[in-house]
Design a protein around this ligand. Structure first.
Ligand code: BDP
Length: 688
C-alpha cells in the first residue's frame, strides 16, 4: 500500500460489520434531474460500497431502495419526504434513517447537489469507521463559505515550499490530457468539503492569465466542477503591463481597470464558475498598488469591480513586510491594513496569515483578527510544513490550526467566530500536495491536508477527534492502532515547538531552506531576515520586547489581551519570549530558571520523537509493510534532526549567555563551530 488512496481507503470490512452494513446500502436511488454533483455522490457511494462490501449495489429507480440521495428540487423521492432542510444553506446536508413505503431507507439530502455530495462522503465515512448507519440523524453545514487550497505551484512545475515532488498540474499536457489524478484530487477535497483551489503560486507569473493557460485552467475546472470545486488564479498585479503593453498598472488608471475587466470577461467565458483572484501585492518584491502610491484597498477594489459582474471575489493577502519598518516586522500588516478597515469592496476578503510573522511553529494570533470589524477576513494556514520539518518530520498540524482558530481576540469572539461572522468568510491553506504517490510526501502529512479541510468546515472541531477519524480511515479501525497513533499525533506539534523554538521563540532556521537551526545568522542584508533580529539574545537575556519598552506590538491587540501580554507574569509561557526580553535567570512557573526551562523543552522535544519511533516500531504488526517502513525511516531522520536542533541551539545559547548547562542536561554532541559549518546542501521547494 503506497498511500495513494489517502483516507478514501475503501477496504473490505470485517464480516460482522459487513453483515450490518450490507442491507442498508444494498441499493442506491438518485434522480437524474438532480445536478451533476448528485451523480458524483452516487458514483462515489457505489465505488465505496463496492470496495467495502466486495460487491456492487444496484442503482435503482424504484423500490426496493436503501439509500436515497438528492435535493427536494431535483428528486421527487426526496421532495415527498418533506425533510426540514432549513439552516443547511447551500452546502449543508442531512443524513437520516427513515422509511419510504414502509421500507427502511437512509436519506442523504441537501438544498443543493453540493450538500448531497458532502453528505454522501459523511455517510461513507460512517461506514469506513464502523459507525452506525441505521437509526441516525446527522445534520451538518459548513461554518465558512470559502474553503480553499492555495497551491504555490509555479508554471515550470516546481512547487514553492513543496516537499511532495513536482506540481500535480501538468501544464505541458493540459488541456488535452486530463490526468486521472486530477479527479482523485477532487474526490479527496470534496470528501473534506474543500470547495476551491488556487492553482498557481502567489508569487505569480502574468503568463498564467494568457489564453493558453486559461484554457488549461478551464480543463481543470471541468474536472473539478462535479466535485463542487471552483478554480481561482493568483494574479500578478502588473499583468496589464506585461501582457497588455500598458505603461502602468496603477489601479486608478481607467485603462488598467478596463484591461482587468476584459481579462475577467475572457476568463469567465472559458470558466463559467471561475471563483476569482488571489493577490500577493507589495510583499517580498511582488508589485502592487503601493508602487503607484495607492492603497491595498485601491488595488483590491479595482480587481473586485472587474470580477463583480460575474459574481467573482478577490482574496487580497495581508502578508506584507517591507524595508520601511524594520523596528518590528510583526507590526507591519496591522499598520498597513488596520486604517483600511471598511474600505474594501464587499466582494473582497482579506487573507491574513494565522500569526503576525510567518507560519512559525508557534505564533500568537494575528492582531488584525481583532481589529477589522468592517472587513471580511480569511485566515491563511500553511499545510505544507515549511517551518516544521518539511515532509520528513511527523508533525500533526491539527492542534496548531485549532489553536489559531480558537484564539480569543479579546472582543468577545475567537478568531474562528470573527471570521465566520462575515458575509464573505473562508479559510485558506497552503497546500502540501504534489506528484508524490503519497500526494503529500509522507503518509502522516496527509493528515494535515485532512485536518485543514475538516477545520475549514468547522473551525471549532476538535483536532484530536479529527486525527482519530483520519487514523481510522487511513489505517483501519483496530483500536490497538487507533488509540496509540492518535496519541502520537496529538503531541507531535508541541514536540516540534520544543525542539525547534520553545517558549515563543521564532524564525531561528537557516536561510532560504528554513529546515535546520541557524539562530546565529546575523549578516543578511535586511535586519528582519536574520534570526538574531527575532531572538535578541545577549549576555543579559533573550526574547523580543514587544511591550511599551520595546516595539509595543502588544498595543495592536484588544485592551484586555494587550494588558495581559504586556506583563511576563500574565503572558502564556508558550509565548513568553515572543513578547518579552527576559533575563536568563527569570523564574518560570515550574520554579526553574528560564535557561533551565529552555533546555528542558529541548530535551522534552527530543524525547518525544524518540518515543514516537518506539511506539511506531511496536505497531508494525498492525500496519501494512510499505507504509510502516516509510514512516519508520522518516522518524529516524526526525530523531536525528530533533537532536541537531536541540544541540545546535543549546551550543549557541550557551555561547551567548556563558552559563553552564543545568544539572543533568546532556551537553551538545559537537561544538558550535561544527553546527555553524553544517550545510543543508539541497532543500526542495526553495524559491530561486
Ligand atoms: C514565506 C515563504 C515564501 C512565500 C511567502 C508568502 O518562505 O516562499 O512566498 O511566505 O507567503 O513563508 O508569500
Amino acid at each position: 500500500d503506497d498511500g495513494y488512496d489517502l483516507w478514501l481507503r475503501y477496504r473490505r470490512l470485517p464480516q460482522a460489520a459487513l453483515d450490518q452494513v450490507r442491507p442498508t446500502v444494498a441499493a442506491i436511488h438518485w434522480s437524474d434531474s438532480d445536478d451533476v454533483r448528485v451523480q458524483t455522490a452516487a458514483a462515489e457511494l457505489n465505488r465505496a460500497t463496492a470496495q467495502i462490501l466486495g460487491d456492487t449495489p444496484s442503482s435503482t429507480a424504484t423500490v426496493p431502495r436503501s439509500v436515497v440521495l438528492g435535493t427536494p428540487g431535483g428528486s421527487p423521492a426526496i421532495a415527498r419526504l418533506r425533510l426540514d432542510l432549513r439552516g443547511l444553506g447551500d452546502e449543508g446536508y442531512l443524513i437520516r434513517s427513515t422509511t419510504v413505503d414502509g421500507q427502511p431507507v437512509t436519506v442523504v439530502a441537501g438544498n443543493t447537489g453540493a450538500g448531497v455530495l458532502y453528505g454522501t462522503f459523511a455517510l461513507i465515512q460512517q461506514i469506513q469507521l464502523g459507525r452506525p448507519i441505521t437509526g441516525i440523524t446527522i445534520r451538518s453545514a459548513p461554518k465558512l463559505k470559502l474553503r480553499v487550497l492555495n497551491h504555490w505551484d509555479n508554471l515550470d512545475g516546481v512547487v514553492e515550499r513543496g516537499y511532495a515532488g513536482q506540481s500535480l498540474w501538468d501544464w505541458w499536457t493540459l488541456p488535452a490530457f486530463k490526468d486521472p489524478r486530477y479527479t482523485d484530487y477532487a474526490r479527496a477535497n470534496a470528501s473534506l468539503g474543500i470547495n476551491g483551489t488556487v492553482l498557481n503560486n502567489v508569487n505569480a507569473k502574468a503568463e498564467s492569465l494568457t489564453a493558453p493557460y486559461i484554457a488549461k485552467a478551464a480543463a481543470l475546472a471541468d474536472v473539478f466542477r462535479p466535485y463542487g470545486i471552483r478554480v481561482y488564479l493568483s494574479a500578478r498585479f502588473t499583468a496589464p503591463m506585461e501582457l497588455g503593453g500598458l505603461k502602468t498598472a496603477d489601479p486608478l488608471d481607467p485603462q488598467v481597470a478596463a484591461w482587468w475587466r476584459a481579462k475577467a470577461d475572457e476568463i469567465w467565458r472559458a470558466i463559467p464558475d471561475f471563483g476569482g483572484f488571489l493577490v500577493k501585492a507589495n510583499s517580498e518584491g511582488q508589485p502592487g498598488p503601493r508602487d503607484y502610491k495607492r492603497t491595498h484597498a485601491d488595488g483590491a477594489n479595482m480587481l473586485a469591480a472587474a470580477v463583480r459582474p460575474h459574481g467573482g471575489i478577490v482574496m487580497w493577502r495581508a502578508f506584507v513586510y517591507a524595508e520601511t519598518d524594520p523596528e518590528d516586522r510583526a507590526k507591519q500588516a496591522y499598520t498597513e491594513f488596520k486604517p483600511l478597515d471598511g474600505r474594501f469592496a464587499d466582494n473582497v476578503i482579506v487573507q491574513v496569515k494565522n500569526g503576525p510573522i510567518d507560519f512559525q511553529p508557534r505564533e500568537p494570533f494575528h492582531p488584525l483578527f481583532g481589529a477589522m470589524p468592517r472587513t471580511a477576513l480569511m485566515p491563511e494556514l500553511q499545510i505544507t510544513k515549511e517551518y516544521l520539518g518539511f515532509n520528513t518530520h511527523l508533525v500533526y498540524l491539527g492542534p496548531l490550526f485549532a489553536e489559531a482558530l480558537r484564539a480569543d481576540t479579546g472582543r468577545g469572539r475567537s478568531v474562528g467566530q470573527v471570521v465566520a461572522g462575515e458575509r464573505l468568510s473562508g479559510l485558506a491553506g497552503v497546500a502540501n500536495i504534489g506528484q508524490s504517490r503519497t500526494w503529500t510526501g509522507s503518509i502522516f502529512d496527509q493528515a494535515n491536508w485532512y485536518a485543514f479541510g475538516r477545520l475549514a468546515w468547522d473551525p471549532a472541531a476538535d483536532p484530536d477527534a479529527i486525527a482519530r477519524d483520519w487514523v481510522g480511515e487511513t489505517f483501519g479501525t483496530d483500536p490497538r492502532l487507533v488509540g496509540p497513533v492518535t496519541a502520537m499525533m496529538a503531541g507531535s506539534r508541541e514536540a516540534a515547538v520544543d525542539y525547534m523554538a520553545p517558549l515563543g521563540l521564532a524564525h531561528l532556521m537557516g536561510t532560504g531552506h528554513h529546515y535546520g537551526p541557524a539562530p546565529w545568522i546575523s549578516d543578511l542584508a535586511r535586519p528582519e531576515w536574520n534570526p538574531v533580529y527575532y531572538h535578541r539574545a545577549n549576555r543579559a537575556g533573550i526574547g523580543f520586547d514587544r511591550t511599551r519598552t520595546g516595539s509595543n506590538a502588544v498595543a495592536q491587540y484588544a485592551p484586555d489581551i494587550a494588558r495581559r501580554l504586556a506583563n511576563p507574569a500574565t503572558t502564556p509561557e508558550p509565548l513568553l519570549l515572543w513578547f518579552h526580553h527576559l533575563p536568563w535567570d527569570y523564574r518560570m512557573q515550574s520554579g526553574r530558571t528560564l535557561w533551565a526551562e529552555m533546555v528542558a523543552h529541548y530535551d522534552r522535544g527530543v524525547a518525544y520523537v524518540a518515543d514516537l519511533r518506539r511506539q511506531w516500531a511496536a505497531l508494525a504488526p498492525l500496519v501494512d509493510p510499505d507504509r510502516h517502513a516509510q514512516t519508520a525511516a522518516l522518524l529516524q531522520i526526525q530523531e536525528a534532526d530533533a537532536r541537531w536542533w536541540r544541540d545546535a541551539s543549546i551550543a549557541y545559547w550557551s555561547s551567548i549567555n556563558g552559563l553552564p548547562l543545568p544539572p543533568g542536561a546532556v551537553p551538545p554532541e559537537h561544538d558550535l563551530a561544527w553546527y555553524k559549518a553544517r550545510q543543508v546542501p539541497f532543500a526542495p521547494g526553495n524559491p530561486k
